[in-house]
Design a binder for this molecule. Structure first.
Ligand SMILES: NC(=O)C1=CN([C@@H]2O[C@H](COP(=O)(O)OP(=O)(O)OC[C@H]3O[C@@H](n4cnc5c(N)ncnc54)[C@H](OP(=O)(O)O)[C@@H]3O)[C@@H](O)[C@H]2O)C=CC1
Ligand SMILES: Nc1nc(=O)c2c([nH]1)NC[C@@H]1CN(c3ccc(C(=O)N[C@@H](CCC(=O)O)C(=O)O)cc3)C=[N+]21
Ligand SMILES: [Mg+2]
Length: 286
């Protein structure tokens, strides 16, 4: 038995078509075009690619998009002033400041300056807090996309299931665990201080790997039939993109698996469009 693939690219294409229709409907009804502003500081190679993909996805969905690129020497004060200007720009419904930022800029300070009403990344403490207490707020795109992938295979409600998350970052691991919990899973969060990772993951019906290291999850660590979601974005020895999961090994035992590329990555961008769409709809109804 080999695992079935959860095709993030195909699911994204379907969801993006729905978003494009929503954007067209909003425009017809209220004259509003959803607008996303992306700020990129510095010349990180990977960031350039991701940011370009985000802007392209916006255009394809009929959104207005603005890409602001700044030199790595930009000061924190200058960046905060740009964020504030975008907070006050009525044509912009979502603001994304690409991470990582240069070391001399405090990412936390920048994120907290984004208006929660435009925090389509879901990184603001108000968004994280809303997720924690079950209030309305923007959900972090990567874990939100993972939840949509689970939903696509009939796993929207995870009552009775054990989910194990590997990683506890504020942008992936922690919000992932909160969303799984909200879907009624029993959740375990593991990290670099976990004594026996395999002992944890072998109990899991759903494993989400969000570490940033190749082969963190191997076939001996997976319960037969489990769902394996690979958030990792790494390069192998040949420079090829790969995830945290030993894909060839794990797919021999898992029930479902997400590929890299073509899995969580495209879904992250799709959920960014979904959040921006929702923000524009809220602005129209305000
Ligand atoms: N596909 C997508 O859309 C996205 C992909 N990514 C990718 O996902 C990965 C994770 O990103 P991010 O959460 O930002 O990364 P971070 O580096 O912020 O977090 C990594 C987490 O993994 C934990 N960890 C490290 N080593 C181990 C280990 N051996 N066993 C168990 N846990 C371990 C760390 O533990 P500790 O807290 O103790 O240090 C930490 O909690 C990266 O590859 C990133 O590129 C990220 C965002 C979006
Ligand atoms: N403010 C902020 N928000 C983010 O959402 C954010 C960020 N900063 N910093 C970096 C991480 C990483 N991330 C990815 C998004 C899409 C792909 C993606 O589309 N991946 C493609 C492949 C892309 C390629 O070919 O390199 C795939 O997996 O198929 C990957 C990674 C968003 N992030
Ligand atoms: Mg910094």
């Amino acid at each position: 038995m080999t695992a079935q693939i959860i095709d993030g690219k195909a699911l994204s294409a379907q969801l993006r078509t729905e978003v494009a229709a929503r954007a067209a409907a909003l425009k017809a009804k209220s004259g509003i075009t959803p607008g996303l502003a992306v700020i990129l500081v510095g010349d990180n190679q990977a960031s350039q690619v991701y940011v370009r993909n985000k802007v392209k996805a916006c255009e394809e969905a009929g959104f207005h998009s603005v890409l602001e690129k700044y030199d790595a020497a930009m000061t924190e004060a200058e960046l905060l002033a740009r964020v504030e200007a975008l907070n006050n720009d009525p044509t912009i419904h979502g603001i994304l400041v690409q991470l990582p930022l240069p070391k001399h800029i405090d990412d936390h300070k920048v994120i907290e300056t984004i208006s929660p009403a435009k925090d389509v990344d879901g990184f603001h403490v108000a968004s994280a807090g809303a997720l924690m207490v079950g209030e309305v707020g923007f959900k972090a795109c990567t874990p939100y996309g993972c939840m949509r992938m689970l939903e696509s295979i009939g796993m929207k409600d995870l009552r009775g299931k054990h989910a194990v998350v590997i990683g506890r970052s504020n942008i992936v691991g922690k919000p992932m665990a909160m969303m799984l919990l909200a879907a009624n899973a029993t959740v375990t969060i593991t990290h670099s201080g976990t004594a026996d990772l395999g002992a944890m993951t072998r109990q899991a019906d759903v494993v989400v790997a969000a570490v940033g290291k190749r082969n963190v999850l191997t076939r001996d660590m997976v319960k037969p039939g489990a769902v394996v979601i690979d958030v990792g974005m790494n390069r192998d020895d040949d420079g090829k993109l790969c995830g945290d999961v030993d894909y060839e090994g794990v797919r021999q035992v898992a029930g479902w698996i997400t590929p890299v590329p073509g899995g969580v990555g495209p879904m992250t961008i799709t959920m960014l469009l979904v959040n921006t769409m929702e923000s524009a709809e809220r602005a129209a109804n305000a």
